[in-house]
Design a protein around this ligand. Structure first.
Ligand SMILES: [Zn+2]
Length: 300
């Protein structure tokens, strides 16, 4: 009998193969253990919510789209001040049964010119993102039966609206009975000095100076100067206010200007520019897309 008939120590008895086999067995055992543990954990979890799991079908909920939350900039409101939205009130003089001054030929009324310029100013400011309202945007007055009350209501409209600045638009006339009356021409800007200032270092007189310069730059009119007067709309408004006497309807050159759309547009651009410069002077600032100013609390 030959020994060779018996299998000798084959590949299985090779020590290297034995290590591989052991490693494979170990990996297999690990997998079995892991699967068993996983199944057991699943079962436990399932036991707690079996009833619900039977009926509740969890709908697919898409992950929420992240919406950037705007973080408002911290605003330091100075002591004794309030933070108020910018609002400009434009007051086209006269209206309805009150034509204001009338040209010598009686073909041109102050009330129509002031309304046209006022609407133009509003459009320019609105375009620039500056909130503006008019005391009238058509021929109607706030009170057509009582001139004094009408003027008081115009000022009150600005006060209750918490306006930032107030601009009244008018047309001048000279008494034609006086000698040389027709030669008087140009612009006057009127303010009232007896008002408490709402903004640091800025009052109605400063506003009038800025306004006169801006208008003159835009329409080139002769500037006659600033006048201090306690007109109702200037006296009764709480914010800095000016009254612009744009030109003299009784002067031939000014009359032609007042009749032209070019002059009215340039005047409106000048008034709008004067307002923008005044807003810079009172340090108006943008916050979350709106313009604001700080006002003295005791001037409210
Ligand atoms: Zn007037």
């Amino acid at each position: 009998m030959s020994l060779s008939k018996f299998p000798g120590p084959g590949p299985r008895s090779n020590p290297k193969n034995r290590v591989i086999l052991l490693a494979a067995l170990l990996v297999f055992l690990l997998i079995v253990t892991a699967v068993t543990m996983a199944l057991s954990m699943n079962k436990n979890a399932g036991e707690d919510s079996d009833a619900e799991a039977a009926v509740v079908v969890t709908p697919f909920v898409p992950p929420p789209t992240p919406v950037p939350t705007p973080t408002p900039l911290p605003i330091d409101i100075p002591e004794g001040k309030t933070m108020e939205k910018v609002l400009i009130v434009i007051d086209p003089g006269h209206g309805e049964s009150d034509p204001g001054t009338v040209s010598p030929e009686e073909d041109l009324y102050e009330k129509d010119i002031t309304l046209d310029i006022g609407l133009k100013v509003r459009d320019i400011l609105t375009e620039a993102g500056i909130n503006t309202i008019l005391t009238r945007d058509n021929d109607k007055r706030l009170d057509d039966s009582d001139q004094k009350h009408d003027l008081w209501l115009r000022a009150q409209l600005a006060n209750v609206s918490n306006a930032t600045l107030f601009v009244s638009v008018h047309v001048n006339a000279h008494d034609l009975k006086l000698k040389g009356a027709r030669q008087v021409n140009g612009m006057e800007v009127i303010y009232h000095s007896g008002k408490q200032s709402m903004y640091d270092g800025f009052d109605s007189k400063g506003f009038a100076e800025i306004m006169a310069k801006a208008i003159q730059e835009h329409n080139g009119i002769n500037f006659r100067g600033l006048i201090n007067n306690d007109f109702s709309v200037l006296r009764n408004t709480r914010m800095p206010a000016v009254l612009v006497e744009t030109a003299f309807i009784t002067n031939q050159e000014d009359y032609k200007r007042l009749k032209s759309d070019e002059f009215r547009t340039n005047t409106a651009m000048g008034i709008a520019e004067g307002i923008k410069r005044a807003l810079e002077a009172i340090q108006a600032f943008e916050y979350e897309g709106d313009l604001y100013v700080f006002k003295q609390v005791d001037s409210q």
